[in-house]
Write a protein that binds this ligand. Structure first.
Ligand SMILES: [Zn+2]
Length: 148
């Protein structure tokens, strides 16, 4: 018997009567990683503490001997998984459309310059890099000169 088989047998003996991994534990670990990532970026120590609590819960579930209860938790999780995943998808979608809006706004700013009409305060968009031009407000007809 080599050391690997011995170690595997030892783990087997230790895990005997214990619950082991399931989808909920897997999800907890993923959520832990996401929270740690966010906590590091946003510099939120409270969030990393919450992540640690999640990790401990996940590990506790794997080694728990209350198999019935753990199975029920996992069943509950699987029943609600669709709703949970669509919630995550919605957030991801919101985030990506926000990023798109930001890049569009940046592009717009690179191409156009915005001025307010001195008379009626109407917002006017003019192309950049045209030098000094006369701008005519389409609302009130006021003309004014600006550098673009
Ligand atoms: Zn005007």
């Amino acid at each position: 018997m080599n050391w690997f088989t011995k170690a595997a047998m030892g783990i087997n003996r230790f895990m005997y009567g214990r619950y082991g991994g399931d989808m909920l534990s897997f999800a907890i670990i993923i959520l832990y990683c996401v929270l740690v990532f966010i906590a590091n970026i946003a510099k939120l120590p409270v969030l990393s503490l919450l992540a640690l609590a999640l990790l401990i819960w996940g590990i506790y579930r794997v080694f728990s001997k209350n198999i019935l209860r753990r199975t029920r938790e996992n069943d509950w999780f699987l029943r609600h998984w669709n709703r949970i995943s669509s919630w995550f998808r919605r957030i991801a979608h919101k985030f990506s459309s926000l990023q798109k809006q930001k890049t569009l706004a940046a592009k717009d700013k690179a191409i156009y310059k915005y001025y307010k009409c001195p008379k009626c305060r109407n917002r006017l968009r003019v192309p950049r890099g045209k030098g000094r031009i006369s701008i005519k407000c389409p609302v009130c007809g006021t003309e004014f000169i600006k550098k673009t």
